[in-house]
Write a protein that binds this ligand. Structure first.
Ligand SMILES: C[S@@+](CC[C@H](N)C(=O)[O-])C[C@H]1O[C@@H](n2cnc3c(N)ncnc32)[C@H](O)[C@@H]1O
Length: 324
């Protein structure tokens, strides 16, 4: 066994923890009420479990499905298919999920350049596609005869024209490069602060202010395709209210449920791999004590995780409680 560096904050689950955490997982084989599923991690195949979920219970859907590439996820794996087959696979679960969403629900679906088009085709057949967010992921594997992939898409859609979008909750705090002043000397749309001059700007569909979680970040796990908490936080804050229910049928390491919990929302997550489902439960438990989201502080999103005051706050972080 290798020793972790003290700066390596990666969250792991031991076999002993899995034995405890798996008791919290919901195993489903019959139709459920909303009270059965709210704030639960369901262990199993989303394509079967969706049928058992109650009708019209979710206020927001966040989906980060396997992209159309061969990838191992714990004890299961996904095999790359022809684009048409991937589209049929997406359609097979997406059309079933629709009846689980409230009429004013918002939807976010993640993909890479290859899966993005099939995802768009399916979404546009059933819901109102409103935007494509492009996330500059930063990390990517270099290619010898192609461009390195460093971006992902997140489709934003809604079930109907009635939906919430909390603009004020997702403004981006940016450093002002050329601080313009009115004739009376007052700052135009920006504020002088101890650490510099800042402006709150409208969030665009190009997200360059967040990185893939890495080993020294408190949210990091060993999951191969973990989304940053800050990314999920933006979608949840924009498109839901406190107390709303967020559904994620491909939960992975539990980012969506963890962020929902941190932001005072309810969650329902489905994950096929037992170890990841337990990892999700462990993260949710940590979130009970530590509600911080890296890069989101004092109610605003900071550019590239760069809040100059955040280093002091890190010192006050409560020690992570051992589950055993
Ligand atoms: C792209 S990852 C999601 C990562 C997640 N957003 C996170 O931040 O950790 C997709 C996940 O879906 C799971 N999965 C694949 N097929 C599934 C199925 N049929 N039902 C439920 N989960 C499935 C995989 O095990 C994997 O953890």
């Amino acid at each position: 066994m290798t020793n972790k560096s003290s700066r390596n904050k990666t969250i792991t689950v031991t076999e002993a923890e899995i034995r405890l955490l798996k008791r919290r997982l919901l195993i489903v084989d019959s139709r459920l009420d909303a009270t059965d599923v709210i704030d639960k991690t369901i262990l199993g195949d989303a394509l079967e479990i969706i049928d058992y979920l109650p009708i019209c219970f979710a206020d927001m859907l966040f989906v980060d499905p396997p992209y159309n590439m061969s990838k191992v996820f714990g004890k299961t794996s996904f095999k790359r298919m022809a684009s048409d087959d991937y589209e049929s696979w997406v359609r097979s679960w997406f059309c079933k999920i629709l009846s689980k969403l409230k009429p004013n629900a918002s939807i976010y679906v993640c993909g890479d350049w290859r899966s993005s088009s099939p995802l768009f085709r399916v979404l546009s057949d059933y819901v109102k596609v409103r935007n494509r967010i492009t996330w500059e992921r930063e990390k990517g594997r270099g290619a010898k005869s192609n461009w390195k992939n460093v971006s992902e898409d997140i489709w934003f859609a809604t079930v109907s024209d009635e939906y919430c979008f909390n603009l004020e909750a997702v403004k981006l705090k940016k450093k002002v490069i050329a601080p313009y002043r009115h004739d009376n000397g007052k700052p135009k749309d920006w504020k002088e602060e101890i650490n510099g001059n800042y402006r709150l700007t409208h969030p665009s569909n190009l997200w360059t202010d967040l990185t893939v979680p890495f080993w020294s970040m408190a949210e990091n796990t060993g999951h191969p395709t973990q989304k940053p908490e800050k990314l999920v936080a933006k979608t949840i804050l924009a498109s839901s209210k406190p107390g709303d229910v967020i559904l994620d049928p491909f939960l992975g390491s539990g980012t969506t449920s963890t962020v929902a919990k941190k932001l005072g929302r309810h969650y329902v997550g489905i994950e096929i791999d037992r170890q990841y489902a337990c990892l999700a439960e462990k993260r949710i438990e940590i979130a009970e004590q530590d509600k911080r989201i890296q890069g989101y502080d004092d109610g605003v999103f900071w550019e590239r995780n760069l809040n100059p005051d955040a280093s002091n706050k890190t010192e006050k972080k409560p020690r992570r409680r051992q589950l055993l």
